[in-house]
Each structure stands twice: as C-alpha cells, then as structure tokens.
Write a protein that binds this ligand. Structure first.
Ligand code: PBG
Length: 383
C-alpha cells in the first residue's frame, strides 16, 4: 500500500534538523558524503513509501538522453523555399528571416547553406508574376515556368538533394484558388485534376523527386500517379497533403506568394475562402477517410497541415497507416514564434526546437518547416 502524500505530510515531524544535516559515519569508519543543506523552514517528513518514483528517470541529462524516446535531426527537415523572378532577395514582412529568393545564384547559395547543415530536402514555391496568372492557371505546367526552372537548377547543382514540389493551381490562378473557378463560383474538381496531372508531369520532367499535391481535389493522387507512370516517371514519389485544413495559419504564406483568393466580380462569384475543398478544422474522423483514399490511390507519404494545432491528426494517421507521415509547420506558426521571440516573450531556440520535437513525438517522420536552417544550426551547436 502506498500511503497518500497527505498522510505522509500530516505525520508528526520526528527527525530534528540537526539529524538531517550531520555527517553520518559508516560502519568501516569512513565519512559518508555530506547531506546537502535545505532552506530554513523546509518541513521534515518521513519519506513517502513509493515503489515507483518517475523522477528517478529524469535525474540527469546524461540519463535522460539515454532513455529519450524521440530525437530531432536535420535529416527530418524539409526546407520550403520561395523563389521569384527578381534580381535580389525580398524579405517577407510577416515571416522574419525568410526571403523570396532571386532565381539563380541566390537560390543555389541558400540550398548550399542548408546542405552544409545537413538539410538535404527542399520544397519549391514559385511566386508567379501577375501577368502570367490566368483563371485557368496554365502557367502551372509551362515546361519553362519558374518552378520547373528552379527544379532543374537545383537538381543540376545538387543531384543528391531531394526535391519536392507543390502541385496546386493557386500561385498561377488569377482567382487565387487551388482549382479552376466556374462563373457561378463552383471550384471545378475533375477539370482541375487534369491540369494538376500536367503540372506534376512537367515537374517530374524537370527533375523533381517527389510531387506534393496540396490542392485537396478529390481523386488527384490516383490521377497524378497514373499520369506519372504513363509518362515513364514510375520512380517519382507523391507526398499527398492528405489532411489539409482550411486554416487561418496560412496567412503569411499567401502574403509571400500573393496567392490569396481574389475578390469576386459582378459576373463571377469567387469563393472568399478555401472551405469547399480544404478540411473543416472541427473534423477529426474525416482525416481517416482522406487517408484511406490517398493510400489506396498510391500516395508514398501522407501529410498533415497545419502542424501544432493538429497533432491529434498526426497521431491518428501514424496509428492508421504504415506510410511515412509528414507534417507542415506552417507560415502562421512560424510567424507566431518569431513575433513572440522578437518581443522577448519566448526563448526562441527552446520554443522552436520543442515544437519540432513534439511533431516527432506525435508521429511525424518528416517536418516541413521554415525553421529548417536555424534549427539545424541550433542542433549542430548542441552537439
Ligand atoms: C498552396 C499551399 C498553401 C500552403 C502550402 N501550399 C496555401 C494555401 O493552401 O492557401 C501553405 C503553407 C504555409 O502556410 O506555410 N496550395
């Protein structure tokens, strides 16, 4: 029987203060290690009779690191990069420390720095010039589009870097949606999927290792798989944004690419948000339905997005599939940490590394994070 803490505390204090601090002499005459002192006023109690004391296993960093259940390495990170056609890097106001990189040397230099820190995976997001955006978003599969050129540039410079792409129409769509918008406001599904397939094939042809549909149209994973295979890209993987929620945490990303849904016009209704295709943040079970479909359609990796508010979904997918799981630590989550750190309200390094570790604990293998480079530096410094 374990006596309750209350019973232990209410017991009469029988040991004098002197008895606690005096140096006991052992049977062979040597002096035992002196008992450390305690602050004046510390109560004197009989030890609780506890068979199990979890704190014993947290006693020292040496031991804690020996039994730690999860770990973080730059090998887990996928670095998102924003690319634009300008001649110099442009800071993104709502994402301190992150730039739209100028296509060319600046992109190569940034990835070279990431690689030197052990970050060997990148995902490319192009900022399409406004004059190339149209309501049918056909720039998405231009073989010489900014995305396709950036893939080629990086693959030529670093053949061993794993290059992920984004498959969705929003950066190329003058309406700002991931799919084609019909005049009455309906986001067309199957027509959009046709263009997503062309986009994915053009990215594979440019050298992408893994295409990542982020659009949430129905049936896109299977259709993209068939299109890739038909064109001889059986080795190119698909990381599906399986459970992508209609989240307010994407705000800074849409600033970065100027890709938010545009206002409607008199003759065309444009939905003001993405709730007709991205998932409802209130829903959990629906993620399992999406996961079952993606697995059956041939996804290689399943993603949950955003990250921190959706760890239950990460865990759920982890427990319900044998595919690798990725999580997207999105722009708004990054912005929150940066803003609090700038004000001195959080220790940035500790808070950011904790967030990343918690993704691993929840069951993510891979983490897409704007902290990739900084976190890799912190991890290198810790060794
Ligand atoms: C585009 C896409 C978005 C993000 C990744 N791919 C924005 C959106 O769906 O509106 C968000 C990433 C982030 O916020 O960091 N389909």
């Amino acid at each position: 029987m374990v006596p309750s803490a209350q019973a232990a505390c209410s017991r009469k204090a029988v040991i004098s203060r002197a008895a606690v601090t005096e140096k006991p002499v052992t049977t062979n005459g040597t002096t035992a290690r002196a008992k450390p002192g305690v602050p004046e006023g510390t109560p004197i109690v009989t030890p609780q009779n506890l068979p199990s004391r979890p704190r014993r296993n947290r006693r020292s960093e040496t031991f804690r690191s020996g039994i730690r259940e999860n770990w973080l390495s730059p090998a887990h990170f996928i670095l998102p990069i924003f690319v634009h056609e300008g001649s110099s890097n442009e800071p993104i106001a709502s994402m301190p420390g992150i730039n739209r990189l100028a296509y060319g040397k600046n992109v190569v230099d940034h990835v070279a720095e990431a690689r030197s820190l052990g970050v060997n995976q990148v995902v490319i997001f192009p900022k399409t010039p406004d004059h190339l955006k149209t309501p049918s978003a056909q720039e998405a599969f231009n073989p010489n589009g900014l995305s396709q050129r950036t893939i080629r540039l990086l693959k030529d410079a670093f053949p061993d870097v794993e290059i992920y792409t984004d498959v969705a129409l929003d950066p190329y769509n003058s309406d700002g949606h991931d799919g084609i918008v019909r005049d009455d406001g309906v986001i067309l599904n199957d027509e959009t999927v046709e263009y997503l397939c062309r986009q994915a094939v053009s990215q594979a042809e440019a050298g992408a290792d893994c295409v990542s549909p982020s659009d949430m149209m129905d049936g896109r994973v299977g259709a993209i798989r068939r299109a890739l295979d038909r064109e001889g890209h059986t080795h190119v993987s698909i990381m599906s944004y399986t459970a992508k929620y209609a989240s307010a945490f994407y705000g800074p990303f849409r600033d970065a690419l100027a890709s938010a849904p545009k206002a409607g016009q008199a003759h065309r209704r444009i939905p003001p948000n993405k709730k007709e295709y991205q998932m409802d943040p209130a829903n959990y079970r629906e993620a399992l339905r999406e996961a079952a479909a993606d697995e059956a359609e041939g996804a290689d990796i399943m993603m949950v997005k955003p990250g921190m508010p959706y760890l239950d979904v990460v865990r759920s997918l982890r427990d319900n599939t044998s595919l690798p799981i990725s999580v997207y630590h999105v722009s708004g989550e990054y912005a929150m940490l940066k803003a609090a750190a700038e004000r001195g309200w959080l220790n940035e390094k500790d808070a950011a590394l904790e967030a990343l570790m918690c993704f691993r604990r929840a069951g993510a293998d891979l983490i897409l994070t704007y902290y990739s480079v900084e976190a890799a530096k912190w991890l290198a410094g810790e060794k």
